[in-house]
Design a protein around this ligand. Structure first.
Ligand SMILES: [Zn+2]
Length: 224
C-alpha cells in the first residue's frame, strides 16, 4: 500500500514537472547547463541520468539532439553551409505529384546544403547532402521533404513549411530513443546542447530535461 502511494506521488510530481517545463514560459527559464552535474548512465537506452549536489537530472537523448540539429539547420539557412557532394548522384523515384511539389523549394534546399534537380516526371536527383544531416539516406531525406510539402500541409505559409521541413529532418537525423550511447557521445551531446538556444524543449514542444531537486526526492521518500 505504501508503495502505491509513493508511486502515485512520483507520477504526480513528474506530471507537474512536464506541464511546467512544457509551458510557454519555458523560454524565460534558465538554459540548461551540465556544469554542476556528473553523468551516471543511460536508462532504458533513452534517458541520460545525471547527479548533482542539488538533485537529479534526466535528459531525453532524442529530444536534445533534435533541438541541436534544428537550430543548426535554422542557422545554416542563408549562410554558406557545408554540404557533402555525393560521388554518384542518387536518383530518387517519386510519383509525379510529389515531384511537382519541389520546384519552388530548390533554392531554399540548396541554402541548407541539399542540392537536388528534377529528373523527368517521376524522379529527383540528389547531388549533395547537408553535412549536418549526413546520417540520413538521400532517399529518406527527399521523402520526408515531399511529405512536408504535400497536400495535407497546403494551408501553411512558406515559413511554416520551412519550419516543418526542418523539424522533420531534425527528427530523422537525431539520435533515436533505444540506442546505446558511449560516454564520449554523451559528453558531446551535452556540450552541443549547452551551446544551443531554446535548449529546454524539443521542436514539438516536449521537455528535453527534467530535474528532481534533493528536497523533492526526500519528500517522495517521506523524509521531510
Ligand atoms: Zn523526433
Amino acid at each position: 500500500m505504501q508503495k502505491a502511494i509513493d508511486n502515485d506521488l512520483l507520477a504526480r510530481s513528474v506530471t507537474e514537472k512536464i506541464t511546467s517545463t512544457g509551458s510557454d514560459d519555458a523560454a524565460a527559464k534558465e538554459p540548461i547547463t551540465f556544469t554542476d552535474f556528473r553523468y551516471l548512465g543511460q536508462f532504458f537506452n533513452t534517458y541520460l541520468v545525471f547527479a548533482g549536489d542539488e538533485g537529479l537530472l534526466l535528459l531525453d537523448q532524442h529530444a536534445a539532439h533534435e533541438r541541436i540539429i534544428l537550430e543548426r539547420l535554422k542557422k545554416a539557412e542563408g549562410q554558406k553551409v557545408i554540404s557533402q557532394q555525393l560521388l554518384m548522384p542518387e536518383v530518387v523515384s517519386l510519383n509525379p505529384s510529389q515531384v511537382a511539389l519541389f520546384p519552388g523549394y530548390i533554392d531554399f534546399l540548396r541554402q541548407i546544403g541539399l542540392e537536388i534537380e528534377i529528373f523527368g516526371r517521376d524522379a529527383i536527383v540528389v547531388k549533395a547532402l547537408p553535412a549536418i544531416l549526413s546520417s540520413i539516406q538521400a532517399r529518406a531525406l527527399v521523402c520526408d521533404i515531399a511529405d512536408q510539402l504535400s497536400d495535407q500541409n497546403r494551408a501553411s505559409s512558406l515559413q511554416e513549411k520551412k519550419e516543418k521541413i526542418f523539424a522533420a529532418l531534425a527528427c530523422r537525423a537525431a539520435i533515436k530513443a533505444n540506442s546505446s550511447l558511449s560516454s564520449e557521445e554523451v559528453e558531446a551531446l551535452c556540450r552541443d546542447l549547452e551551446a544551443t538556444p531554446f535548449n529546454l524543449t524539443c521542436p514539438h514542444g516536449r521537455p528535453i530535461s527534467i530535474k528532481f531537486s534533493l528536497s523533492e526526492i526526500e519528500r517522495m521518500f517521506k523524509r521531510k
